[in-house]
Write a protein that binds this ligand. Structure first.
Ligand SMILES: Nc1ncnc2c1ncn2[C@@H]1O[C@H](COP(=O)(O)OP(=O)(O)O)[C@@H](O)[C@H]1O
Ligand SMILES: [Mg+2]
Length: 445
């Protein structure tokens, strides 16, 4: 992509309405634009990051055994009357009436709808387990939408649902999700810690929220710092192995890690050595919950078990804040100058800065680097504007591409360009070929 052909409305001033870095930077870097309170348009740069988040989520859901579907945003109120949630949900639900006076709603979540899909299609335990998910816009009329995409009213969520014959099988589905989420966030270059969450009247230990540590997080979190040292790395995972998954889940969930909602001060002190007691703030980016027959009973989602008897299916639901993750990733990765994208999420793999636009040699070198990166399967953003070097560097720093190739007549005289890491600020002089090879290697191409 050439910058002269890319819609990138950068803001020079600090947007007054933004209280936290990610919101400020998303506005300044031309990633989003507010349409109404808590409702945003995703501009080209932001949309590219959003799609990267979606892609990683889809890939890891597939690896774990889930099927992607796409349910509608608008749902009939009658389904929610069956579960009893139509009245219970309150003013966060956007209620709509169609021209025939039927009550509809803009979905804040999809348990009822997916249970309806399931009950209409599955009647035997032989068709279990099933995990269905989608990535779809939700609407919740939050009292205080704030922090940009972090707490929006309209937001993109991955929500998944599992259907099993009994609780042991349901816990296996739960564990599939817990491990898939660890992989998902790790691939995004983010450290998200599963923390014990409230299960309310359902009870039990099978609800976890995944939190990214950041000073601007909305929850206070208390954890054993040992959990921060855990990483899956590229170990192979057999998602069909109940014991294998349980061992991983135990490793991550045994160390103390709770939010203010579930925190137990006495237990924290007795269970965690003082040097490892960590109190921080965190951003909730995922939430998994095993709730048994809470929806299958009232909605009549039953299957015939091996003995022929009808049983209500055991269910769980599993959310990832897809649009929130873009903001959360910035909270965890930025400096005074702008965003610093993890390689997995970056909207472009590298930036190319031409220090002297219009200089035949510099133009040709930039074009050649552009072509070689493209041939390697990468997407560079070439700043081909007729602007001062300082302006170009500031723009690159603001939008946060992890690698920048700087090309100027002076370097070209000695056959080199400069490759700069956004994260460390370190530069090295390399031949154009070597710079391309290095960037390609970083991305495993
Ligand atoms: N208003 C919102 N704006 C952006 N993301 C949200 C919002 N509400 C929830 N999410 C994301 O969706 C995920 C699943 O939602 P859920 O757990 O049902 O939300 P909540 O914890 O607010 O009840 C959350 O972990 C969070 O990452
Ligand atoms: Mg939640």
């Amino acid at each position: 992509m050439r910058l002269t052909r890319f819609f990138l409305p950068l803001l020079k001033e600090q947007p007054a309405e933004a209280q936290i870095a990610s919101h400020r930077l998303m506005l300044r870097a031309g990633m989003i634009r507010q349409a109404a309170s808590g409702i945003y348009t995703w501009l080209p740069l932001g949309y590219r990051v959003l799609r990267n988040v979606e892609r990683i989520v889809h890939e890891e859901q597939a690896a774990m055994g889930a099927n992607a579907v796409l349910m509608p945003t608008i749902q009939p109120a009658d389904l929610w009357r069956e579960s009893g949630r139509y009245d219970a949900y309150g003013p966060e639900m956007l209620r709509i009436r169609d021209r025939h006076d039927r009550d509809m709603l803009y979905g804040p979540t999809n348990e009822e709808l997916i249970t309806d899909v399931f009950r209409g299609a599955v009647s035997s335990y032989r068709d279990l387990p099933r995990i269905l998910y989608h990535i779809q816009w939700k609407f919740r009329d939050e009292v205080r939408p704030r922090f940009g995409v972090m707490r929006g009213r309209e937001f993109l969520m991955k929500d998944g649902y599992s259907f099993d014959i009994d609780s042991a099988a349901a816990i296996h589905s739960y564990n599939r999700h817990l491990v898939a989420y660890l992989r998902t966030f790790e691939r995004m270059g983010l450290k998200a810690v599963p923390m014990k969450a409230d299960t309310g009247p359902i009870g039990g230990d099978h609800s976890h929220e995944f939190l990214i540590l950041a000073d601007t997080g909305e929850s206070e979190v208390f954890l054993d710092s040992a959990v921060l040292d855990l990483a899956l790395g590229d170990r192979a995972i057999d998602f069909d192995s109940r014991d294998g998954l349980q061992a991983i889940v135990d490793q991550w969930t045994k160390p103390y890690a709770r939010t203010d909602e579930t925190h137990d001060a006495a237990l924290f002190e007795s269970a965690v050595p003082e040097a490892r007691r960590t109190v921080r703030r965190g951003i909730e980016v995922g939430h998994i919950f095993y709730f048994g027959t809470k929806y299958s009973e009232p909605l009549g989602a039953r299957v015939a078990g091996p003995d022929g008897a009808q049983v209500a299916v055991e269910m769980g639901s599993y959310g990832i804040g897809v649009s929130r993750l873009v903001g959360a990733a910035i909270e965890a990765n930025h400096d005074d100058k702008g965003v610093i994208w993890p390689e997995a999420l970056t909207p472009f793999h590298a930036g190319i800065v031409n220090l002297k636009q219009g200089d035949a040699e510099a133009d040709a070198a930039c074009q050649s680097i552009y072509d070689r990166l493209t041939a390697a399967g990468l997407e560079p953003l070439y700043d081909d504007r007729d602007e001062r070097a300082g302006t170009k560097f500031a723009a690159m720093d603001l939008i946060g591409l992890p690698w920048r190739v700087t090309v100027g007549p002076r370097g070209l005289k000695s056959g080199v360009v400069e490759l700069t890491s956004r994260r460390t600020g370190e530069s090295q002089e390399l031949t154009p070929e070597a710079a391309v090879a290095k960037v390609a290697a970083i991305y495993g191409r």
